[in-house]
Design a protein around this ligand. Structure first.
Ligand SMILES: Cc1cc2nc3c(=O)[nH]c(=O)nc-3n(C[C@H](O)[C@H](O)[C@H](O)COP(=O)(O)O)c2cc1C
Length: 180
């Protein structure tokens, strides 16, 4: 786990290799077992592997979704707002669990933000995706996790990029000192 946490980077370029159903099953099993407030499990996942739909999802918003066009797989994470007042937190946790499970299964992934993003002047990214995938109104799309085998490895964040100034001990005024 620590190896994954220390080395994980977002993957936006994928190889052509498809992700087989057994791997997809393991991935979703981890997502479905994510922790949630009051165990309300407000998430629903739409697995997309149809290239035409992936291409449509890649234009759900003007920037930051294009990686989906050449991804072999995407999981659309939608939250049931009637089940939880903290569906955003719950669905965010499920999204990162899917990303970490993908990494453990030898895959790369990238989060595509949908909540509070717009398709264009008239339509939210959520409305665009809900129309495309026939997602009912009581659900709202939080994210899309693009998944596939990595086209290339990316180096992990360095020690220099690990900002220990963000950590305090006991009082905000006390910087943490870390023995190495
Ligand atoms: C809430 C959230 C929203 C994100 N939205 C996008 C996005 O829309 N498009 C994208 O390419 N990456 C997106 N990312 C990935 C971040 O850009 C990425 O995690 C960040 O730059 C750090 O890089 P790393 O994941 O390689 O460490 C998002 C990540 C998070 C946590």
């Amino acid at each position: 786990m620590l190896d994954i946490l220390y080395n994980r980077r977002s993957t936006r370029k994928f190889s052509d290799k498809r992700v087989d159903d057994e791997i997809i099953h393991q991935l979703l099993k981890a997502g479905l077992r994510s922790p949630s407030s009051k165990n309300s499990q407000p998430w629903e996942f739409v697995v997309v592997d149809d290239p035409e739909l992936l291409s449509q999802l890649s234009v759900a918003k003007p920037h930051g979704a294009c990686l989906l066009k050449h991804a072999p797989l995407a999981v659309v994470v939608a939250g049931d707002k009637t089940k939880s007042d903290v569906w955003i937190e719950d669905c965010s946790i499920a999204s990162i669990i899917l990303q970490l499970a993908a990494e453990a299964l030898g895959l790369g992934s990238c989060w595509v933000q949908i909540h509070r993003r717009y398709h264009d002047d008239e339509q939210t990214a959520n409305e665009f995706i809900s129309n495309l995938l026939q997602i009912p109104n009581h659900l709202e799309v939080l994210s899309i996790v693009g998944i596939g085998y990595k086209a290339a490895d990316r180096p992990p964040l360095s020690e220099k990029e690990t900002d220990w100034r963000k950590v305090m001990r006991n009082s905000y005024k006390n910087a943490i000192s870390v023995e190495k």
